[in-house]
Design a protein around this ligand. Structure first.
Ligand SMILES: Cc1ncc(C[n+]2csc(CCOP(=O)(O)OP(=O)(O)O)c2C)c(N)n1
Ligand code: SF4
Ligand SMILES: [Mg+2]
Length: 288
């Protein structure tokens, strides 16, 4: 396909952060295809269910392949694609609810395998598509449609979670800076292993966090967003964890493992050790 899906009439609300993430992904795919001489059809976008996942239908210009699967199951689908076609570039797009709530149990296993995909998470702190319920990244006490008396649970720290689970590339971005975000996504796609680019992407309808993120000098509100200092050592997991746990919202690359061996390389090494067995040897293996 060379044009976006005309049959899908979903529209993001005015000001939704996901517009900026889509723009960043368009920039990133264009650059990745040009610099690596990889045609756009060699990229597969695996999308979650949510306003965020609908991005797969809304990409403008040259089209990658797309799979719009099941809520919370982007990573099992991405694993399937990479097992069948390891040469493809797989980009996962999902929301904070999809990835960190129903889908959370899949992050650890894929981090341990070092599944060679790049994940872009659009974090708006709510379930936008289903009308504003609280998500794991909503703050304690937040009033939402599912927490009318305030959220009881603590807020999850996704960056610290990814680092603790062993994700080999962890970056943090903002939808309001699509050019900068595109660079993080390109680096994530180039990384040999499991890359997550976690994006602050405000929901203007149910959780407008622009003021919190960008600040407002007129109201004496300091911005939560800040650029990670150039001196930060991205190969140092301890420094990355410190950044993830410090106040504010760091923007840039927190961690980039230097010795990252992706799943397909590990499987190739294992296949070389595996011996073909005849029928009798297979029967004997059951010891019957
Ligand atoms: C198995 C399953 N459970 C629940 C739903 C309903 N559902 C659809 S999207 C969604 C949450 C979306 O939140 P998020 O992933 O943060 O995406 P956003 O809309 O905020 O971008 C839920 C609970 C579903 N489609 N499938
Ligand atoms: S409900 Fe929120 S996340 Fe969904 S399109 Fe509207 S602003 Fe964006
Ligand atoms: Mg969400």
């Amino acid at each position: 396909m060379s044009a976006k899906n005309q049959e899908y009439d979903f529209k993001w609300c005015p000001g939704c952060g996901d517009f900026g993430v889509r723009r960043a992904i368009e920039f990133a795919l264009k650059e990745f295809s040009a610099t690596k001489s990889i045609p756009i059809e060699k990229t597969v976008v695996v999308a979650g269910i949510g306003c965020s996942g609908n991005l797969v239908h809304l990409i403008e210009g040259p089209q990658p392949f797309g799979i719009h699967g099941i809520h919370g199951r982007t990573l099992p689908i991405a694993l399937g694609v990479k097992m069948a076609r390891p040469e493809l570039n797989v980009l996962v797009v999902a929301g904070d609810g999809d990835f960190l709530s129903i889908g959370a149990e899949h992050i650890g296993p894929q981090a341990q395998r070092n599944l060679n995909v790049c994940v872009v998470i659009m974090d708006n702190g709510v379930y936008g598509l289903t009308k504003g319920q609280s998500s794991p990244t909503a703050v304690t006490g937040q009033i939402t449609t599912s927490t009318p008396y305030g959220k009881v649970e603590a807020k999850l720290n996704p960056l610290a979670l990814y680092l603790s689970l062993g994700v080999s590339f962890v970056a943090s971005g903002f939808s309001g800076k699509p050019r900068e975000l595109a660079k993080l996504i390109v680096t994530g796609m180039e990384h040999k292993g499991f890359a997550i680019v976690h994006v602050q992407s405000p929901c203007t309808t149910y959780n407008d966090s622009y003021e919190f993120l960008k600040g407002d000098p007129k109201k004496n509100i300091e911005p939560a967003l800040y650029d990670i200092p150039a001196a930060h050592d991205t190969s140092d997991i301890a420094s990355a964890l410190k950044l993830a746990q410090a106040p504010g919202m760091p923007i840039g690359i927190l961690y980039h493992a230097q010795d990252s061996e992706p799943l397909e390389t590990r499987l190739e090494t294992m296949k070389k050790k595996a011996k073909a067995r005849n029928t009798q040897e297979l029967v004997n293996a059951f010891n019957i």
